[in-house]
Design a protein around this ligand. Sequence first.
Ligand SMILES: *Cc1c(COP(=O)(O)O)cnc(C)c1O
Length: 386
Amino acid sequence: MAKIDAVLPASNAATLLTDKAISMFATFVHPTASQRVGAVLASGFLSEGKLVKDFEAQLAAELGMVHPTALNSGTSALHLALEVAGVGTGDEVIMAPQTFVASATTVIQAGARPVFADIEYNTGNLDPADVEHRITPRTKAIMAVHWAGYPCDMAAIQAIADRHRLVVIEDAAHALGASYQGRAIGSLSDYTCFSFQAIKHLTTGDGGALCARDPEKARAVRRRRWFGIDREATAVSEEGERDYDLVEAGYKYHLSDYAAALGLANLEGLGQRLATRRVWAQRYRAELQQVPGLTHFEPRADRESAHWLFGFHVENRLGFVRALKARGIAASVVHRGIDRNTLFGGLRSDLYQQRRFDETQIHIPMHDALTDEQVGYVIDAIRQGW
Ligand SMILES: *Cc1c(COP(=O)(O)O)cnc(C)c1O
């Protein structure tokens, strides 16, 4: 218990359980955010303006995103990606079920149908070997979700897409700052979707970004984030009215300047925070390597995870969760295969690795409010057994 005393001012386990428990997630707000957001509120201009442009420019410069368009959520990014990619009524999108429902509700929103392929048990990502036999004449796209921030096998997925002329859409809500074969996630495929929701790496309160590699598609994204009006190609007349002709129905999906101000503040030190997550992930892996009943995921050397989550497989999961809880530490299952939902057709029996994953996956605390001491305390607690 010496470790608890080192970490926490109040030195008993009961306190640890109540108000000092180590949570699964934390929202990061940079100390400069209040001032930056306050300045926008005081300016009287809250909507999409210069700060959204600045935010997009920094996403490109600092994270290597290609043509990022800032939006009001990651879900909006997924929906716009599908729509601009031409996914519509009657089409099919092949995807992994190990994700949040937004990956598939947006497919339905676009009028299409999610078709689930199996995952790799040791990563949670789409298994490229299970994709091709699910392709039909209606298949339009493959959606790759980078589970926990660990990049999917993009070379294999892109090769399948090229062979069958399919669009690739990445749900990179967990993968901000991740890289694959030395290239930033956000620069690889046709469309990449990010989320700036409150517990993601970089938050704008709510928000998202859509990267479209083709500049013409990026322009279509920009039009559709604001009703279908091309703000870049149309001018406001001397009489005050913007001169435009609407030819397509867009949405109200733009980000606002007060949210962009929060995003800009939270970009400060992001590289360092991502590096700290890598260090903690390495510690978890190294120091939990020999724990009986625990099986680690298997990262490959050609890609770097963003470590949004830290997960593994565990025997006697309920016992594990209870033992950690008793020591003041949260541990959690994060999303069971979403195919089980009635909306998506109900639990499928041909997704063998997904069903295994559902039974044994568990995730332990990984967020910016952790300390080295807390990571050590979590490791000690797990080593004590369950
Ligand atoms: C968070 C998340 C989303 C949705 O993002 P929002 O910004 O909340 O709309 C989509 N997919 C995955 C995998 C997510 O984790």
